[in-house]
Design a protein around this ligand. Structure first.
Ligand code: PRX
Length: 666
């Protein structure tokens, strides 16, 4: 498999001309084998959209009560799928495997931070989940209750999610890097009754607190709905216990039976809420349903990852993000796969850890983020002993990328050095809201082009439109939309249906198209999609999604700060980095004082939101560039952040002189 052309890109950097055909032996054995098979599925969906999805839902899930209604559009855009059917997600992920002869198959290979390995077969995982579920029920947690999971990467984390699904409780996993305040806000918004956490988490040899942050969050107030805090003992670190409220997981499950009758729920029953950032306001609780979500998690495992019974699958995401939901907690189990769950970080004990793990566990499908790839490229440049070529990666047969655009050079490095030029690379474009992959190459069909997520999956009706909702021709950039509802789509924003409508189905686009929030362009000749980045005020830093407004609100909550504006700045490793322009109530600091105050504010943001939201750079000004009507001109700040010269018209600015001052760090 060689490049058919040179490394030329067009002047927009969007027309990559290298094309890589999928390897013939891959095509021969793939679930979707060749482009004809892909086109046939697309044609089936076009001819009978509901029939297509009904067939797949019947073939891929086990229904307790079969559905007769496939898509219910009566209350659009609050679409419902399979809404007279009943099932249980945990039953489909566990019991179904016991029946299918997978009881003794390894479900999870847990690779701890320190390299210790623990395994759980499907039978063992089933028993753990049942005991956990019985324990939750014994504490009065029931169908419809919301449960916050603030956990380390562990078998217990996955079991906690599955146990909630088993009893029909709706979980909301909060990433362990979020602060007490962020956790408190999510607990309140979800109206949760319990928190499942660990004493501490181990990452990169360090003990990081979890339970004490839960205590802090609950002490901030407003969390009276929380009656139980269940603690998994990971490190044995010293923690405080509140009598009557807190209990150890091992004590909770000690006397529980290893069988738990699943709670059969309607296909539309909320499986989980996952908070994510939008362009305005507080994080949104993206609500997913049970049936449609699981269908797509399972089906994309088969289509995009071509999962086979003998594969060892490893998705490096955290269960705190949607990738860890669909491609750790649910998708792999729904298809009976063996997967690696990793507690640690890519750079501990050295930057060869990913490659060492692949060799150790004979991983055949590896799924990670461009940020990780870029940082490991740099690390291997500095220290050749951690270059992938120093490890036996011959078990790999497929690579995946997710979370942000992958630049062609990182793609090439991944393809050559990790995949040995024999593994297809699937660049999967999707979002928290979409539940699973939307646009991605199929590894046994689609010719790959570095930096392009290529074509939508069968049944996914993506298009590019202008601001009035009209289709734009290939070769012309526009707004990415999805024209038809699909089963794993977001159902609503928890507690805020109006915001759901205005964010995703805006009237400007006719109220019927799903607005992804990304810009995109299709190649003139191939129709391949390239994502050009967010079109709203959402940043993507190391694949973590953050709202500029959220960071601005955190900054202005500091008593020193009068005003703040946050923009993204391109970054070689993290994709984007956060640059904050700040006006203090006191005189503008310079030199050492500016450095000291910037550090203080960065730590403040870490406390308000979490370390991932810390601005990389803070520039102080006497003012911010504003129009005469008082609007901050963020587009000028974006130019300044990049260190570029402003060529735009600044005549509408009230205070053009301020631009000079904000050019550089204070
Ligand atoms: O901007 C797109 C980018 O990540 C956003 C979604 O972020 P989140 O909801 O946190 O989900 C991340 C994991 C699915 C998108 O709006 N994004 C995600 N995948 C890609 C991508 N951008 C380009 N290429 C991708 N493969």
């Amino acid at each position: 498999m060689a490049a058919t052309d040179s490394t030329q890109q067009d002047n927009q950097g969007l027309q990559e001309s290298r094309v890589f055909a999928p390897p013939p032996d891959f095509v021969a054995n793939a679930a979707i084998s060749g482009m004809d098979a892909y086109h046939a599925l697309c044609a089936e969906a076009a001819a009978d959209y509901e029939g297509f999805w009904a067939r797949l839902a019947r073939q891929n899930l086990e229904w307790h009560k079969p559905f007769t209604s496939t898509l219910n559009e009566t209350d659009a855009p609050f679409y419902k799928w399979f809404d007279d059917g009943e099932l249980n997600v945990s039953y489909n992920c566990l019991d179904r495997n016991l029946k299918n002869g997978n009881a003794d198959k390894t479900a999870i290979i847990f690779e701890a931070d320190d390299g210790t390995v623990t395994r759980a077969t499907y039978q063992e995982l089933y028993e753990r989940v049942c005991k956990f579920a019985n324990g939750l029920k014994a504490r009065g947690i029931k169908k419809g209750d919301r449960v916050i999971i603030y956990m380390s990467m562990s078998i217990e984390g996955v079991a906690a999610m599955q146990a909630c699904a088993r009893i029909g409780a709706t979980h909301s996993v909060v990433f362990g890097g979020f602060s007490a305040k962020s956790l408190q806000e999510r607990i309140i918004d979800a109206g949760a009754v319990a928190v499942i956490t660990a004493d501490e988490q181990l990452r990169g040899g360090k003990h990081l607190p979890l339970k004490s942050i839960v205590d802090e969050a609950l002490a901030l107030g407003g969390c009276e709905s929380i009656k139980n805090v269940i603690v998994y003992k990971r490190t044995g670190g010293k923690i405080a216990f509140t009598e009557g409220r807190d209990l150890w997981l091992h004590e909770l499950v000690a006397d529980q039976g290893a069988e738990c009758e699943p709670e059969w729920v309607n296909a539309e029953h909320p499986l989980f809420i996952l908070y994510t950032s939008g362009s305005t306001g507080t994080p949104k609780g993206v609500q997913h349903a049970s049936g449609g979500y699981l269908l797509w998690a399972a089906l994309t495992m088969k289509w995009s990852f071509d999962i086979k019974p003998q594969d060892v699958f490893w998705c490096t995401a955290d269960i705190g993000w949607v990738t860890g939901h669909s491609y750790i907690a649910y998708g792999p189990l729904a298809v009976g796969a063996t997967q690696v769950v990793f507690e640690g970080i890519p750079t501990y004990p050295n930057a060869g850890r990913f490659w060492a793990n692949i060799a150790k566990h004979k991983v055949s499908i590896f799924y990670t983020a461009p940020t990780a790839i870029r940082s490991l490229i740099k690390a291997a440049d500095v220290d050749p002993s951690v270059h992938p070529s120093k490890y036996d990666l011959s078990s790999l047969r497929l690579l995946g990328s997710v979370g942000e655009p992958i630049n062609p050079e990182a793609w090439m490095w991944y393809y050559k050095n990790v995949g040995g030029e024999r593994c297809p690379v699937v660049d999967t474009f999707w979002q928290t809201e979409t539940g699973g992959h939307m646009i991605t190459p199929l590894p046994g069909a689609t010719p790959m082009v570095p930096g392009s997520c290529t074509l939508p999956l069968p049944g996914i009706m993506t298009a590019i439109v202008d601001e009035a909702g009209a289709d734009v021709p290939n070769g012309q950039g526009g707004i990415l939309v999805v024209k038809r509802p699909w089963p794993s789509m977001i159902r609503t924003i928890w507690g805020n249906p109006e915001r759901f409508k205005s964010s995703y189905f805006p009237d400007e686009l006719g109220g019927k198209m799903y607005l992804a929030g990304d810009g995109a362009i299709r190649n003139k000749d191939t129709g391949y999609f390239t994502i050009t980045g967010r079109i709203d005020d959402v940043l993507n830093v190391s694949g973590h999604r953050m709202g500029t407004m959220e960071i601005e609100s955190a900054l202005v909550a500091n008593p020193m700060v009068a005003e703040a504006a946050v923009v993204g700045k391109p970054d070689d490793t993290t994709g984007e980095s956060i640059c904050a322009f700040v006006v203090l109530k006191q005189a503008r600091p310079t030199g050492e004082e500016a450095k000291k105050l910037a550090l203080e504010l960065r730590n403040w943001v870490a406390k308000e939101i979490g370390p991932i939201a810390k601005p990389k750079e803070i520039r102080f000004g006497d003012n911010l560039p504003k129009t005469r009507s008082g609007k901050i001109m963020r587009r000028l700040l974006r130019v300044l952040a990049k260190g570029e010269t402003i060529t735009q018209d600044v005549s509408t600015l009230e205070n053009p002189a301020i631009l000079e001052q904000l050019k550089e760090a204070s």
